[in-house]
Design a protein around this ligand. Structure first.
Ligand SMILES: Nc1ncnc2c1ncn2[C@@H]1O[C@H](COP(=O)(O)OP(=O)(O)OP(=O)(O)O)[C@@H](O)[C@H]1O
Ligand SMILES: [Mg+2]
Length: 336
């Protein structure tokens, strides 16, 4: 019986030990699962989400141990990634508008270049022809007026003779305009107030028949600096533009001349505003082309291209904005 008791005791002990080992293992497994596997699993889930571009942070960070450190490092990394991604998104969004802006600038530069090239080559051609035409035209005018004053001239031919003089006069006016156009580049500049040029121009045009029913208003900035300019050329530009404005308001209207300073851009501006017929959008591009005119035989279409050349040689710019049926604004800028 002693032996069987000992055996029994041994068996019990073995069973107890096995049971102990099993329960310790179970505890260990459960502990590992809750302390290591679950957080690692969560981390994995978060990493996958971040990989898909879903910025979720780990909210419950296990305190103290290595896993806690790992979670913190993970959150830091996600934060930085998120910031970078946001910056890139912002960049991508502005990139498109920036590209658009640059493309527009380049296009504008191209038209300006194209226009000046056209003007330059046309200028040379025109100067040559105009010069050659001047002498024979003067001859025609002189001889026609000699004939018209001659008592031998039949009274019935008088009208024809006057027509010759009138038409020759028109030709010579066109030739003069062409020469002005070609000469736009050599000028004599001095510092002058732009308001003086405007006043002189208004005095010239206000008694013109085109301006009979037009109210002319001035709004000058009194503190405008003087501008380096060729006064007669600038006056020519102003005459062209004011006459255009007058012709755009056959039923009458208002012509407003405004000056101002744009110190940050380093220029002054002169706005010539009318309440006339306006310009259709498809014509805006062609306005400054030599010989573009909608006035038939009443216009040569050189006014604005001459003006363009003059303002360009002063380092300035001309801008147009127009509303059909409401009016047109020409803005000339000149560098200080
Ligand atoms: N203020 C304005 N309002 C409406 N249309 C205008 C105005 N200014 C210019 N235009 C348009 O632009 C065209 C070109 O003007 P531009 O001064 O170059 O030539 P023009 O006036 O026709 O002839 P020119 O000035 O040589 O006698 C005009 O025919 C007209 O259609
Ligand atoms: Mg004109």
């Amino acid at each position: 019986p002693m032996l069987s008791m000992i055996r029994n005791y041994r068996n019990n002990t073995i069973i107890q030990i096995i049971f102990l080992i099993l329960s310790i293992s179970l505890c260990l497994i459960l502990l590992t699962k809750s302390l290591v596997i679950q957080p690692v699993h969560a981390l994995l889930e978060h990493t996958r989400a971040v990989g898909k571009g879903d910025w979720n942070f780990i909210e419950s960070i296990p305190a103290g141990d290595e896993l806690g450190e790992l979670a913190k490092a993970f959150n830091d990394m996600t934060g930085k990634l998120k910031k970078n991604q946001e910056e890139m998104d912002k960049w991508a969004a502005t990139l498109e508008t920036r590209v658009e802006e640059r493309t527009r600038e380049i296009k504008e530069m191209q038209t300006v270049l194209c226009r000046s090239e056209k003007l330059a080559s046309l200028g040379e051609l025109v100067a040559g022809i105009a010069h050659e035409l001047n002498n024979p035209l003067t001859g025609i005018m002189i001889h026609a007026s000699l004939i018209s004053n001659d008592p031998r001239l039949d009274e019935e031919l008088m009208d024809d003779c006057r027509t010759v003089i009138y038409e020759a006069g028109r030709c010579s006016k066109i030739v003069k305009e062409l020469l002005d156009f070609a000469r736009a580049s050599d000028s004599q500049k001095s510092r002058l107030p732009v308001s003086r040029a405007i006043d002189r121009t208004i005095a010239l045009i206000e008694h013109n028949a085109d301006f009979r029913d037009i109210e002319i208003a001035k709004e000058y900035d009194p503190d405008l600096p003087e501008i380096l300019m060729d006064a007669s050329q600038i006056e020519q530009v102003l005459i062209n533009m004011m006459i255009n404005a007058g012709q755009a308001m056959p039923q009458g209207g208002k012509l407003l001349i405004k000056t101002g300073l744009n110190a940050s851009k380093g220029h002054i501006y002169v706005r010539i505003e009318d309440t006339g017929c306006g310009i259709p959008a498809e014509n805006i591009e062609k306005l400054f082309d030599p010989f573009f005119s909608t006035k038939g035989h009443k216009g040569t279409g050189l006014g604005l291209s001459v003006s363009y050349g003059i303002i360009q040689s002063h380092g300035g710019e001309i801008e147009v904005s127009s509303q059909l049926g409401k009016g047109t604004v020409f803005t000339i800028t000149l560098p200080i």
